[in-house]
Design a protein around this ligand. Structure first.
Ligand code: C2E
Ligand code: CA
Ligand code: CA
Length: 282
């Protein structure tokens, strides 16, 4: 038994040993996966709710495991954050997402289509001293316009320093990139983040989109969040839009943009290319 202070004892149970070993093994596997370049980026369109036209894409990492197949981020991002492996993984994702989007935007310009923005997830754990410089380098290297990149800030599972995060976000803003708050409404600090951080976009969590077609109390709350976003002049994107009735309810709430299975699931690079560069009509 281990003493935890205040006279309480915490028993070191076999499950804890197991959990610890699992984390260590996963960390080893993640290091190998980086060496073997097993992380791939999927893209989910962000669309205008009115007509479903894509205005941007969210980059979502996957781990293409040789034995386990495609591994979802929820299974490895928490450990990646704990071990700081999220920093090199995040770098790969950002580079890949910026490179793809720069190429798509060049071809879209030739076809007379508007530029797309690419949204890349950044947990507060990733906001370290050299992050703004890393982002600037990736933009330079890939040729993506800074205004075409939006960084989605998610609250890390780990504690973070508000002043340091603020500082980092100001530097990033200085590069000309957009900033979004992810999962808005779920973290206890959503409103604080909106007040303290130089945010352009609010992403309303799926929880506020589910049940939109249900009882009116809940849709009132969603409407209030959309209105809050409009009052403080932020773009508002609804996440996890799955049904036509949700799309309609969001439009009725004054929400303009959405993302979800109704429009498309996250797509691999080839499928995303087909979506953003539609073949000319025969
Ligand atoms: P998120 O940023 O909130 O991303 C949206 C998640 O919702 C994605 O899950 C997406 O596949 C899923 N989703 C989208 N539309 C719908 C819908 O209509 N219905 C339902 N049920 N789900 C929908 P995914 O790809 O499994 O990613 C999970 C989380 O992992 C992300 O949540 C994000 O927090 C994190 N993540 C993904 N890629 C990265 C990354 O490159 N870096 C970091 N730091 N985190 C990442
Ligand atoms: Ca996100
Ligand atoms: Ca989200």
């Amino acid at each position: 038994a281990k003493r935890t202070g205040k006279g309480r004892y915490e028993v070191f149970r076999p499950e804890m040993q197991e959990a610890f070993e699992k984390t260590v093994n996963l960390a080893t596997d993640l290091r190998l996966a980086l060496e073997r370049d097993e992380f791939v980026v999927y893209y989910q369109p962000i669309c205008t709710l009115a007509d479903g036209a894509p205005v941007g894409l969210e980059a979502l990492v996957r781990w293409q495991h040789p034995a386990r197949g495609m591994v979802a981020p929820m299974e490895f991002i928490p450990t990646a954050e704990e071990t700081e492996l999220i920093v090199p993984i995040g770098h790969r994702v950002l580079r890949e997402a910026c490179r793809s989007t720069a190429a798509w935007n060049r071809r879209r310009a030739l076809a007379g289509l508007p530029e797309l923005t690419v949204h890349v997830n950044l947990s507060t754990r990733q906001l370290r001293g050299d992050t703004p410089q890393m982002v600037a380098e990736v933009l330079g290297e890939t040729g993506l316009a800074p205004s075409s990149l939006v960084l989605e800030i998610t609250e890390s599972h780990q504690a973070f320093d508000l002043a340091q995060v603020c500082d980092q976000l100001q530097c990033l803003k200085g590069l000309g990139v957009g900033l979004a708050i992810d999962d808005f409404g779920t973290g206890y600090s959503s409103l604080l983040a909106l007040r303290e951080f130089p945010i352009d976009t609010i992403k309303i969590d799926k929880a506020f989109v589910d049940n939109l077609d249900g009882c009116s109390d809940r849709s009132d709350l969603t409407r209030a969040i959309v209105q809050l976003g409009r009052t403080v002049r932020r773009d508002v994107v609804a996440e996890g839009v799955e049904s036509e009735s949700q799309r309609q309810a969001l439009l009725d709430c004054g929400c303009r943009l959405g993302q979800g299975y109704l429009f498309a699931k996250p797509l691999d690079h080839a499928a995303a290319t087909a979506l953003v560069l539609p073949a000319p009509a025969q």
